[in-house]
Design a protein around this ligand. Structure first.
Ligand SMILES: C[S@@+](CC[C@H](N)C(=O)[O-])C[C@H]1O[C@@H](n2cnc3c(N)ncnc32)[C@H](O)[C@@H]1O
Length: 279
């Protein structure tokens, strides 16, 4: 079958996910999407079988990013597997704000709950003078983050640490985190796809979704964040006020809630105690 006819066939079979057809065909055939029109060719039987397998998995609800094993974030490719959350476009708001805050400054950055490493690795990529440490609670997750750092050509450190139980080593100028922030009860009413494929440990923020913000702001930051350092969190659309209040109570100032491209509250940034000098 020629690739042009295959496209319409795959689109039809994918139903509501028809926009993923080109991504799948390109992944299996190795052809650039522009070549589907410019340099079309016959697709082999083996390629057809591989595409059919992907369609079956996709139509049973498995996210395409897990099937293909990678996704795009901040214009870079990140490997993902069942241990890591699929990076969301919303999270680019967090990265963009931290990158613009850091600029060319020489800073030490800790990415708490790094998963695929998408946040910390993007910061390392765009802020050449940032020394970035990626933290998560398991070595298997950190192995994915390390692979992604190599894939994207950045140098980072990694640290295994259960942030709810331990205090990370080191001193930092910036703490950035997209922690689990969904209320425990809500997880079990979430869209089935998220519930059955993405790791619950990446989502569960405790009974009110705020457990990680409290722990990091109240008990961790004081030990590892420099005076006048910056904290930047991704938050749920309805958590702006609660997270701001937690930060205010924990001696942070200049607290700002920032909206994402869909106009939802998405990021909270703050400075650790009023300071006499900048970082
Ligand atoms: C919402 S995901 C964010 C992943 C990634 N930073 C991103 O933005 O796509 C939260 C991350 O926190 C990690 N995590 C959960 N509990 C943790 C804990 N107790 N200590 C350290 N990391 C934890 C999860 O493994 C997961 O990678």
């Amino acid at each position: 079958m020629v690739v042009g006819r295959l496209r319409s066939e795959v689109r039809k079979q994918l139903g509501e996910n028809e926009h993923e057809a080109d991504w799948i065909i390109s992944h299996v055939t190795g052809m650039a999407q522009s070549d589907f029109v410019l340099h079309p060719r016959e697709v082999t039987d083996e390629e057809l079988r591989a595409i059919e397998d992907i369609i079956v998995r996709r139509n049973s609800g498995e996210p395409l990013q897990y099937i293909l094993g990678h996704t795009e974030f901040m214009g870079m490719t990140f490997k993902v597997n069942e241990l890591t959350l699929i990076p969301r476009q919303d999270t680019e708001t967090l990265v963009e704000n931290v990158v613009s805050k850091i600029g060319k400054k020489k800073v030490r950055v800790l990415d708490i709950g790094t998963g695929s490493g998408c946040v910390g690795i993007s910061i390392a990529r765009f802020c050449k003078n940032a020394e970035v440490t990626l933290l998560d609670y398991s070595d298997a997750i950190l192995a994915v983050a390390k692979e992604n750092a190599e894939l994207n050509g950045v140098q980072v450190k990694t640290m295994r640490c259960d942030i709810l139980e331990e205090i990370p080593e080191g001193q930092y100028d910036v703490i950035v985190s997209n922690p689990p922030y969904i209320e425990t009860d809500t997880i079990f009413s979430l869209d089935n796809i998220v519930k059955s494929y993405e790791p619950v440990e990446a989502l569960d923020g405790g009974f009110d979704g705020l457990m990680f913000y409290r722990r990091i702001s109240e008990e961790v930051a004081g030990e590892i964040l420099c005076e006048n350092g910056i904290i930047a969190y991704e938050i749920g659309y309805n958590q702006g006020e609660d997270v701001s209040e937690i930060l205010r109570e924990a001696d942070f100032s200049n607290i700002k809630v920032i909206r994402d491209a869909s106009d939802n509250d998405r990021v909270v940034m703050a400075r650790f105690k009023p300071a006499l000098f900048g970082f």
